[in-house]
Design a protein around this ligand. Structure first.
Ligand code: UDP
Length: 237
């Protein structure tokens, strides 16, 4: 089913499919990167965990009528998705202050944002994914004002679903990153992945980090915390 490699990113490889037009195979890698690729390490089994977690979450979002690129899981590390043209925008939603916003704006960690904050970053490794405003997004990403509004609205809807999914496994959703893609008919749907690589997930009772921060900060075992998220999700479904 898998044909040529189309693209290799930090967390995944993207392959063309042989006989299903308009679809792609996403193959999750074991490598973890942080600080724009400056810190790197291999964790055998990470690709499987992210594939399982992301497939689980995307399936649940689809049951809630949220349109996504996800079609099905193919095997332990691969999934089939609809081909989209990825909009070069990293949409970050924050329910609580952590990470870059605490440094950039001096906010105290754990400050609650109600309503949640939506931020746009320009997806460009060479520039280090800079924070941009709506006008920049319109120019750089070739999206209209109404599409910007639509992306924000979708991101906030997805946030509500994700808060619910993670609350069900005693996890607080602090912040996360989404990417959207355009289908040939012009419509915009959720793409990429949702996993502990792209979310800040804190245990409800202990605030223990159950996400990539353990690798970024060197404070824990990445595989152990990703496994914890996977097991809790599977146990509740
Ligand atoms: N994030 C991501 N990819 C990026 C940048 C951020 O998935 O290239 C996620 C990150 O895991 C966190 C959220 O987006 O859940 C907000 O990240 P932040 O801006 O605080 O940057 P960080 O401190 O993670 O560098």
């Amino acid at each position: 089913m898998k044909a040529n490699l189309l693209y290799e990113g930090k967390g995944k490889k993207v392959f063309m499919t042989e006989n299903r037009r308009g679809t792609l195979v996403l193959s999750y890698k074991d490598e973890a990167t942080a600080f724009n690729g400056k810190k790197k390490a291999n964790f055998t089994g990470k690709g499987r965990l992210n594939n399982e977690i992301s497939a689980h979450i995307f399936s649940r979002l689809q049951k809630q009528e949220i349109e996504t690129h996800f079609i099905k899981k193919l095997n332990e590390t691969e999934q089939l998705v609809h081909q989209t043209e990825i909009i070069p925008l990293e949409v970050v939603i924050r329910n609580m202050a952590a990470g870059s916003i605490t440094k950039r704006l001096g906010m105290r960690e754990q400050t609650v944002f109600q309503p949640p904050l939506v931020e746009f970053y320009y997806k460009n490794d060479q520039l280090g994914d800079p924070l941009i405003n709506d006008d920049h997004a319109r120019l750089l990403c070739h999206i209209s004002d109404s599409e910007i509004a639509e992306i924000k609205e979708k991101a906030l809807q997805i946030n509500q679903q994700l808060i619910h999914i993670f609350a069900g496994i005693d996890v607080k959703l602090v912040d996360f990153k989404l990417e959207f893609g355009r289908l040939p008919d012009g419509s915009i749907i959720l793409a990429d992945e949702i996993s502990p690589d792209t979310c800040r997930l804190w245990d409800r009772h202990t605030n223990k980090n159950l996400d990539k921060d353990v690798f970024r900060q060197g404070t824990g075992d990445l595989l152990e915390v990703y496994q914890e998220i996977y097991q809790r999700l599977e146990a509740r479904s």
